[in-house]
Design a protein around this ligand. Structure first.
Ligand SMILES: [Zn+2]
Length: 67
């Protein structure tokens, strides 16, 4: 396996890691209920995807929708 010839300086490592950050999640409007939802994913509010219900809608008692 290839090995690095020189040790990376702290500045090199820190400069590289300075650009490593989380990006904001893209949100679109659900065509069924109008709530913000991620594209190419079922709506978390109403459970619809591509015009049909694919999962039960989020209930009031379970905030994250996981049973
Ligand atoms: Zn929806």
């Amino acid at each position: 396996m290839a090995l690095p010839k020189r040790r990376k300086s702290h500045a090199k490592v820190r400069t590289r890691r300075a650009n490593w950050r989380a990006t904001a999640v893209t949100m679109t409007k659900c065509p069924n209920c109008g709530a913000a939802s991620q594209p190419h994913r079922a709506c978390l509010q109403c459970g619809n995807y591509n015009g049909r219900a694919v999962m039960p809608p989020r209930s009031k008692t379970t905030p994250r929708g996981d049973e």
